[in-house]
Design a protein around this ligand. Structure first.
Ligand code: COA
Length: 539
């Protein structure tokens, strides 16, 4: 094993400048996370507590094993939209009775916990994570159902939440619902489609229609408890498997339920029980990414701060040097790494990546993509050299690779580089973003410049003079728009990643993800079907 060296010099002005820029981005992230954690704000939180109820994060804390780590997903969902930051639901991976579970907890202090388009995306994503990684799902339910003003956007696609619950069950992945309050109309199918259901006495309301609607529909006069109270469901309808005396009792019963799953992880255990920590300080991760996204940085400096013992065996170190590939371990789990070193990807890098991805599949080793790319190289020389063919090889390999993938955007993820480096559309099991990172079809200056050239050519073709003043205004506006739409918080707000993370937490977050991934099998299906395929193509 080769131990990585470091050239990082904390006293250099570049280090200090990068660090200051990153801390600024982190302060923005912290402010956004604080808004999400405040839920519906003081008035609604106080009212909720006064009703003797717990907040979603308090419920999660009581559900999970004491002092165990909780990985919250997409905490700033809906940031920069018309909906409250956090999207009125908390999703996380937490350990319950030693079992890593996906937890979905409605936040009833935010518009009654109603489901808006971002709540839906966040909930669906949590279900995807549970299915892909074979993680049991625990729902902590208290929601006003569809956010009525946006019902048109969520009613029809929202059915997926219930479908996914039963598909998890069909895949042998248990699902549990604890109902703390409202779960009416469509929401009733969350407990309805779960393998196990617990309801809190005097609090749960699980019915297809409440008393007013029943009166309107059939004329029957009835009340909440007879229509959908916990005691009724536990004794009469049979929808509730357990009747909890209060919220804490409900969470205790959920833990008891998970204990009986008899759950065993299917992936191999970490190779070392106590992995050697990296040799270099994670604090430096604040200062490694360049404040100016146009200045590339050496991803080995990042690897030296996230891999076990800073050990990394580089593959093809002398070839296609704008992409670093190689093997290491992270919290004892073997990983194959692909990391951009100089922004642009050339044909050599694409071929090297293709070969490396095949090797990782043959070795049943998960892949870690560290993105910092401005895309594939353009220009006549490169087109003639077959850059599209070679990029296509890499995208083919990434698309059809069946070992688990993890992606972190460390700085830039532009153009088709986003695809080749396993962006969101390529289904990495988890995708996180550093606060400085950007992603878009191209950079703001380039995009505005392209628009300007196209407009100029159109004017020339019509024989009209080109308005330079308008062009300047247009370029400034477009640059501003693309700049803000490529930002980490903007993209995370739209659920295009699983969260923006503090760079110092990268190793911990990836370790938790690798552990979660190993709940399911990690073997490549290409590997098991190797006899029907080809050997690794040398590139
Ligand atoms: N869509 C949009 N907004 C909703 C909502 C929904 N489904 N449910 C609640 N809200 C809003 C309320 O209008 C209120 O807003 P305001 O404080 O600005 O006036 C806020 O959320 C809190 O609601 P409130 O009724 O004060 O809270 P509560 O804790 O006493 O009751 C509910 C919560 C969910 C039981 C109650 O709001 C309710 O019955 N909502 C309608 C449920 C429904 O019929 N949903 C459709 C099912 S598909």
């Amino acid at each position: 094993m080769a131990v990585l060296e470091t050239a990082v010099q904390p006293r250099q002005p570049a280090y200090q400048g990068n660090r200051a820029a990153m801390l600024e981005r982190l302060a923005e992230l912290d402010a956004a996370v604080a808004t999400a954690r405040a839920g519906g704000g003081e008035k609604y939180v106080t009212r909720h507590h006064a009703r003797g109820k717990l907040l979603p994060r308090e419920r999660i804390e009581l559900l999970v094993d004491r002092d165990s780590p909780v990985l919250e997903l997409s905490p700033v969902a809906a940031w920069g939209t018309d909906y409250p930051v956090g999207a009125s639901v908390v999703t996380a991976i937490g350990v319950v009775e030693g079992v890593e579970c996906v937890i979905v907890a409605n936040d009833p202090t935010v518009r009654g916990g109603a489901v808006n388009p971002y709540t839906l995306r966040k909930t669906v994503r949590a279900g995807e994570i549970a299915l892909a990684n074979r993680l049991p799902l625990v729902n902590l339910v208290e929601s006003g159902g569809a956010d009525l003003p946006s019902q048109a956007e969520i009613f029809i696609p929202g059915g997926q939440v219930f479908r996914d619950l039963t598909r998890l069950s069909a895949a042998g992945i248990p699902t549990v619902s604890v109902v703390f309050g409202n779960a009416t109309a469509g929401g009733a199918y969350v407990p309805g489609m779960s393998d196990y259901t617990i309801m809190v006495r005097g609090r749960a309301k699980v019915f297809l229609a409440g008393p007013p609607l029943v009166k309107m529909a059939t004329g029957e006069v009835t009340d909440d408890e007879s229509l959908g109270g916990a005691a009724m469901h536990a004794s009469t309808s049979g929808l509730a498997d357990w009747l909890a005396e209060d919220e804490r009792d409900g969470l205790r019963l959920a833990r008891q339920c998970v204990r009986r799953f008899n759950w065993r992880k299917q992936g191999p255990a970490p190779r070392t029980a106590v992995a050697p920590p990296p040799k270099y300080d994670a604090e430096d991760l604040l200062a490694i990414a360049s404040a100016d996204p146009r200045t590339p940085f050496d991803p080995r400096e990042v690897l030296g701060r996230i891999l076990d013992g800073s050990e990394f065996d580089e593959f093809k170190p002398g070839y296609g040097s704008a992409l670093v590939t190689g093997w290491g371990e992270l919290h004892g789990y073997p990983v194959g790494v692909l990391a951009n070193a100089r922004g642009v990807l050339f044909s050599e890098e694409a071929q090297k990546a293709t070969q490396f991805i095949q090797l990782a599949n043959n070795a049943d080793t998960p892949l870690l993509f560290l993105q910092n790319t401005t895309g594939y190289m353009v220009g006549a020389e490169y087109e003639q050299g077959g850059i599209i063919k070679h990029g296509a090889l890499m995208i083919n390999a990434v698309s059809n690779s069946t070992v688990p993938h993890l992606t972190v955007n460390l700085g830039a993820s532009y153009g088709a580089g986003n695809y080749g480096m396993c962006g969101r559309a390529y289904d990495p099991r988890f995708l996180f973003t550093w606060p400085n990172a950007k992603s878009a079809v191209m950079g703001p200056t380039q995009l505005a410049g392209v628009l300007s050239i196209v407009a100029r050519q159109a004017a020339e073709a019509k024989g009209q003079p080109y308005d330079e003043d308008r062009d300047r205004v247009m370029r400034t506006m477009v640059e501003g728009q693309v700049e803000s739409e490529s930002a980490a918080l903007f993209l995370s707000g739209r659920l295009l990643d699983d969260g923006v993370i503090d760079p110092r937490d990268t190793r911990t977050v990836l370790g938790l993800c690798l552990s979660a991934i190993h709940s399911g099998p990690v073997a490549s299906s290409l590997h098991s079907a190797r006899s029907a395929g080809f050997g690794v193509f040398r590139m």
